[in-house]
Ligand binder design. Structure first.
Ligand code: AMP
Ligand code: ZN
Length: 113
């Protein structure tokens, strides 16, 4: 599978790991948009929200558990943060392996579109 994030999960491409368990991997974004910018990804290759099904969706709730845990550990839980996933061209998705941006450490812009 020629997928950047699958290669990061397997260690073929290096990353700054923040967290890992059986089903989830989290690492620092290479081009941070906020003082804290972590990507949380399922280890299973799911291309985007478009590919989420009843069979593979359990990992999504687990990703939110991990987001809550990492937000506390990284010191952004109290002041607030954003968890975001882009799907497809109109949202600007550039890597087609489902990922959730965990953004915080500053006052984030509120524009949704
Ligand atoms: P998106 O635009 O939502 O698809 O987000 C893709 C994210 O992956 C962007 O924020 C990129 O900066 C980030 N990214 C791309 N390549 C790498 C990499 N090798 N290591 C860490 N983050 C990356
Ligand atoms: Zn992948």
């Amino acid at each position: 599978m020629d997928c950047l994030f699958c290669k990061i999960i397997s260690g073929e491409i290096p990353s700054k790991k923040v967290y890992e368990d059986d089903s989830v991997y989290a690492f620092y974004d290479i081009a941070p948009m906020a003082p804290v910018h972590v990507l949380i990804v399922p280890k299973q290759h799911i291309a985007s929200v478009n590919e989420v099904t009843a069979e593979n969706s359990a990992v999504i709730s687990h990703i939110y558990e991990v987001a809550a845990k990492l937000a506390k550990e990284l010191g952004i839980a109290d002041d607030g943060y954003r968890v975001v996933t882009n799907c497809g061209a109109n949202a600007g998705q550039t890597v087609f392996h489902l990922h959730f941006h965990l953004l915080g450490g500053t006052k984030l812009k509120t524009e949704m579109c």
